[in-house]
Design a protein around this ligand. Structure first.
Ligand code: NDP
Length: 285
């Protein structure tokens, strides 16, 4: 029976550490501010934005929300990003994705100052991650690495399999595992034999968006299983990309959904915002 990786507890420890540092900065007269931009009224985006605002409050950051109408034009959003880039009282900028169809997400991401890009989605931050010399790591993969490390399982030399190759989760996740000297395989919708690939994994990260795709019989005995998936079922319940019930019988360690990767993503966002504020204020330690 797998040990459950407690994302709530680990994320709470990260937030406590951030809160402590934020307090020390406040005492030096440095207040930390995250600007959160939401366009439209997507209920899931609203939930994420509210959680991020709540986390800011908890760690002692100011969160400044910009809630824009769903018909906002690309130019209007670019103008807002320019304003936030130029505002010295804003340390981090988060534009909640997805954006409405009339707005090109890439254009918006590329307009955010790389120094305020606390999601680490800007091409220059992505490039820095590739070469292993970065200020920020994307929140979800970075949180996943913390969860893997919390198990005490050594990553070096292990077979790691990432299912999913999105720019925000799968690809950077694979890169971070590679930086830690895992032998990494990336699977996607065209992978011929997903079950066979997964079964080789000492560390398995599922970031697919298909409820319960990964079953227990696809998992290697004792593997570390990280479930990034957040799928809303018809009954309103949240479920992951891993079939938790069958997987926990085989895995060595497993993250639950909810209570695994989700809280870590938000804690990492807080850590990135703290890092941004320190860099902008010339604090290097
Ligand atoms: P995307 O839709 O951008 O990417 C999904 C990936 O899964 C694609 O690479 C796709 O392959 C692959 N895929 C789809 N179906 C299959 C299949 N049957 N077999 C193998 N691979 C498949 O999703 P995201 O990366 O943005 O998110 C993935 C999941 O993680 C979602 O459930 C999302 O809600 C969740 N998420 C959770 C976060 C958290 O904080 N917990 C944060 C971000 C995301 P291809 O490229 O070939 O199309």
């Amino acid at each position: 029976m797998a040990q459950i990786i407690d994302g709530k507890k680990i994320s709470s420890d990260v937030k406590m550490m951030v809160a402590k540092e934020a307090k020390a900065l406040t005492q030096k007269g440095i207040n930390i501010c995250l600007a959160v931009v939401i366009v439209g009224d997507d209920p899931a985006s609203r939930v994420y934005v509210n959680s991020k605002k709540k986390a800011c409050e908890l760690v002692g950051f100011e969160s400044r929300e910009f809630a824009l109408d769903k018909n906002t034009t690309e130019q209007e959003l670019l103008n807002l990003v320019d304003k936030l880039n130029a505002d010295d009282t804003v340390n981090g900028i988060l534009v909640q994705l997805p954006l409405p169809k009339q707005i090109d997400e890439n254009k918006i991401i590329e307009r955010i100052s790389p120094l305020k890009d606390v999601d680490a989605f800007h091409a220059s931050n992505v490039g820095k991650i590739m070469i292993g010399d970065y200020n920020f790591l994307p929140c979800t993969p970075s949180g996943c690495m913390d969860l893997i490390k919390s198990t005490g399982v050594k990553i070096t030399g292990k077979n790691a399999v990432v299912v999913g190759r999105s720019n925000i989760v799968g690809k950077p996740m694979a890169m971070l595992l590679l930086h830690e000297s895992a032998t990494v395989t990336i699977c996607h919708s065209k992978t011929k034999d997903l079950a066979k690939a997964c079964k080789e994994a000492d560390i398995l990260v599922a970031a697919v968006g298909v409820p319960k795709l990964i079953k227990g019989d696809m998992i290697k005995e004792g593997a570390v299983v990280i479930d990034v998936g957040m799928n809303r079922l018809e009954d309103g319940k949240l479920c992951g990309d891993v079939d938790f019930e069958s997987a926990k019988e085989v895995a060595g360690y497993i993250t639950p959904v909810p209570g695994g990767v989700g809280p870590m993503t938000i804690a990492t966002l807080m850590r990135n915002t703290l890092t941004a504020a320190k860099i902008q204020n010339g604090i290097t330690e």
